[in-house]
Design a protein around this ligand. Structure first.
Ligand code: MRU
Length: 357
């Protein structure tokens, strides 16, 4: 198992220089934990499809992948005339922007790549392509650094011996490395605290059972898997000391969109007076949406609810809803953990001040 780790971390995405002009490799997260395999990508269309089909998932990882998707498209087209290069790049931006709607990191990363393209617009296509690859690599490296900073700020909140519930996967697999919510846990463990984790299985896509449990097992952090409907019982029995989750988009008023089921966990945490923390890089805060009501919630295929992969167990023809995310109102959030520090009881004034506003 240690073979899956580079140093002490899972490497979700990696850039390979050879063969020229380079390619992006990403762990196929749809097959974990049964199969550990990197898939190779060489175009924006390929990366967009990888995001849509959740080969890569998790808000920050989607952002990093999309940035590389733009760079790949530019590198792929750098021998073409300028008009063809510009048209292909624009199409690449569109495909990537249409891949998944909720995680704002995707749009944040594309915005950065557009700004980079525009800043180098007066140079050659080769120079634009080089600049875009450099920008994607910056976004990649920054994400790891930011996760480690969040980890340090968040670790302070967890007492020695804490039993921490998490929902979905907000770990190394969901980011460029270290993770957001699991990054807080990793940093607390690295600081010498004895932390144990309860992982909600996270129906219907099972990110908790398949990914969070796998990550924790790789690193020998004690983890206990529960089904989503067990969290209330364990809280009532006094077995959970804190909740730490990630997020896909935080609105200006502090409302938190995250994996479906997070809202339920937050309500339960409040009922049992358990702190509910959200690990949230600034790239996940979207000041352009006033409240969670404006956050687009992805609806996924009914087959995810009626069964899992080939095993379909529901009555054929049944009606299904499959919203992939929900919104936890800011009033249920004890604190946001950002790279700039911990924001208690987040509200619009506190969030704007993070951006100097
Ligand atoms: O549908 P997914 O697996 O992309 O959803 C992921 C989540 O909801 C994570 O909690 C969120 O992206 C934060 S990841 C650091």
């Amino acid at each position: 198992m240690a073979g899956y780790l580079a140093g002490d971390a899972v490497v979700t995405l990696r850039w390979q220089e050879a063969p020229a002009p380079g390619r992006l490799e990403m762990i196929d997260q749809t097959r974990l934990p049964a199969v550990f395999e990197y898939l190779s990508f060489d175009s924006a269309a390929g990366v967009a499809e990888g995001i849509r089909t959740m080969i890569v998932r998790g808000a920050p990882a989607i952002g990093v992948a999309a940035a590389y998707g733009v760079a790949l498209e530019a590198l792929r087209m750098q021998d073409q005339p300028r008009a063809a290069f510009d048209a292909a790049l624009e199409r690449g931006f569109e495909l990537l922007a249409g891949s998944r709607p909720t995680a704002v990191n995707l749009f944040w990363a594309l915005q950065r790549m557009r700004a980079c393209r525009d800043a180098h617009g007066g140079t050659s296509v080769e120079a634009i392509a080089r600049a875009l690859l450099h920008e994607a690599q910056l976004i990649h490296a920054e994400d790891i650094r930011i996760n480690c900073q969040m980890g340090e700020h968040g670790a302070v909140l967890l007492p020695d011996g804490a039993r921490v519930l998490t929902h979905c996967n907000a770990g190394a697999l969901a980011t460029a490395g270290h993770g957001t919510a699991l990054g807080v846990i990793r940093s607390a463990v690295a600081a010498g605290k004895r932390i144990s984790v309860f992982a909600d299985e996270t129906r219907p896509f099972l990110q908790g059972a398949r990914l969070t449990a796998w990550e924790m097992v790789q690193e020998k952090i004690p983890v206990t898997l529960i089904t989503d409907n067990m969290a209330g019982h364990l809280m009532a029995c006094g077995e959970i000391d804190a909740v730490v989750v990630g997020t896909d988009r935080v609105a200006a008023n502090g409302d938190v969109a995250n994996k479906i089921g997070t809202y339920m966990v937050a309500v339960l945490a409040q009922r049992h007076r358990i702190p509910f923390y959200v690990a949230c890089p600034l790239s996940t805060i979207d000041l352009s949406v006033a409240s969670g009501r404006e956050i687009p919630i992805e609806e996924r295929a009914p087959s995810e609810v009626t069964g899992f992969r080939e095993a379909q167990w529901s009555a054929p023809g049944v009606q299904v809803r499959n919203p992939a995310f929900d919104v936890t109102p800011a009033e249920l959030v004890t604190a946001l953990i950002t790279e700039k520090g911990v924001v208690d009881a987040p509200d619009e004034i506190k969030l704007r001040s993070l951006f100097g506003g």
